[in-house]
Design a protein around this ligand. Structure first.
Ligand code: SF4
Length: 380
């Protein structure tokens, strides 16, 4: 098979990715390096066909330090890099003017001489200088997208999301507003998959991925947690967990899954393993702009739940019993039905009573009203 350089002689071979961390716990970095489809390693080694090799400049993962590490940040901020670059911002952007009043800073990267003294450079300053020259700015995690926990009510640092900091008129050199991949921490594959999709677009061989009106990858955040939850069947049948560790739906333990846009249940946390409700944790809405205040107090039944779980309990009771009734017949072979008895040395299986038999008779009439019951020949 011809390689990418033969197919696309003008293909971009390398893209720089500058990682900036604001008011962050580094959880987004951990999530990103845990991604598997694609993995951060495959992006950084250029192993994905058509996707340019990513030269990652990460303050923790880089093998360079000091001036050698900062040099490329300076080149990018001065628009002097010899290759396109993207910015990945983790953590919220602090209002550095609040810290400057007291001669300090909230979050920084590198240092410069100010009045003969070495002073930290605020990450917010890097973002402001680099963003106009970036092919894309990706806000990773709920702090970077919407402000998150640092921007909760009180917010002493004036923390905000990247889009709030750059303004809604911001466009990258590719013409993109800020791309938002929320989650606290975000699902790693959601990030690497979006990066790969944006890089294919940059390469000119992929379409612009679809983003929703808040800049989230639409194919990743279009559905609610609840729709992909392994416990949704219990919700539908009106059966709810009473204690942590119970296997049923967690809505009465404070789960916000029915309204929260996130794919954690389908994807799992890492390598398709884990994921909040899969491991017994109610959804606390961490991907949503209203997080955390709009979802607090965590782990308590929210008002909407009382209405929806009561409805579910009522209809679920009926549905559950009708399904048990169907199961009674579906758990029988044709022979057992003909003989009127189940052969099993494991236990006694009771036979349906007259009422259940009558019910089944009419059920089958409906079931095959548009078709032919197996074993019955239709004569035209
Ligand atoms: Fe929905 Fe949460 Fe219940 Fe899962 S645990 S079914 S997401 S309400």
């Amino acid at each position: 098979m011809p390689d990418i350089e033969t197919l696309l002689p003008d293909a971009i071979k390398e893209v720089h990715a500058f990682w900036l961390a604001g008011m962050s716990c580094d959880g987004c970095s951990i999530a990103a390096v845990g991604a598997t489809q694609p993995s951060a390693e495959s992006l950084m080694t250029g192993n994905i066909p058509g996707v340019p090799k990513v030269n990652l400049h990460h303050p923790v993962l880089s093998v360079y330090a000091g001036a050698a590490f900062i040099k490329d940040f300076e080149l990018a901020a001065n628009n002097e890099l010899d290759a396109p670059f993207v910015i990945i911002f983790e953590g919220s952007v602090a209002d550095e003017s609040k810290a400057k009043k007291y001669g300090g800073y909230w979050s920084g990267l590198g240092a410069r001489e100010v009045d003969g003294e070495s002073q930290p450079i605020a990450t917010a300053d890097w973002l402001a200088r680099m963003a106009p020259h970036a092919a894309a700015v990706i806000a990773l995690g709920t702090c970077a997208t919407w402000g998150g926990i640092p921007a909760a009510i009180g917010n002493p640092t004036g923390a905000m999301g990247v889009a709030d900091f750059l303004g809604d008129g911001y466009r990258s050199t590719l013409g993109l507003p800020v791309v938002n991949i929320p989650g606290c921490a975000p699902q790693g594959d959601n990030f690497t998959e979006t990066v790969a999709a944006v890089l294919l677009f940059l390469q000119g061989i992929g379409p612009l991925p679809e983003f929703d009106e808040l800049g989230r990858p639409a194919w990743l955040f279009g559905e609610t947690v609840h729709r992909g939850c392994t416990r949704a069947g219990y919700y539908e049948e009106g059966v709810f967990a009473k204690e942590y560790g119970d296997k049923q739906c967690l809505v009465e333990k404070g789960c916000w899954g029915p309204v929260v846009q996130c794919n954690i249940n389908q994807r799992g946390a890492i390598n398709h393993m884990g994921g909040c409700m899969n491991v017994g944790a109610p959804c606390i809405g961490c991907t949503m702009p209203g997080f955390p205040d709009a979802f607090s107090p965590f782990y308590s039944t929210d008002p909407g739940t009382i209405v929806s779980s009561t409805i579910s309990r009522t209809t679920g009771f009926m549905v559950r019993n009708l399904r048990k009734f169907s199961q009674m017949y579906l758990n029988k072979t044709n022979k057992w039905k003909k003989d009127g008895k189940v052969v099993s040395g494991w236990g006694h299986v009771r036979s349906p009573n007259k009422l259940e038999k009558a019910g089944h008779y009419f059920y089958e009439k409906m079931q095959f009203s548009n078709g032919v019951k197996p074993g019955v020949r239709k004569i035209n």
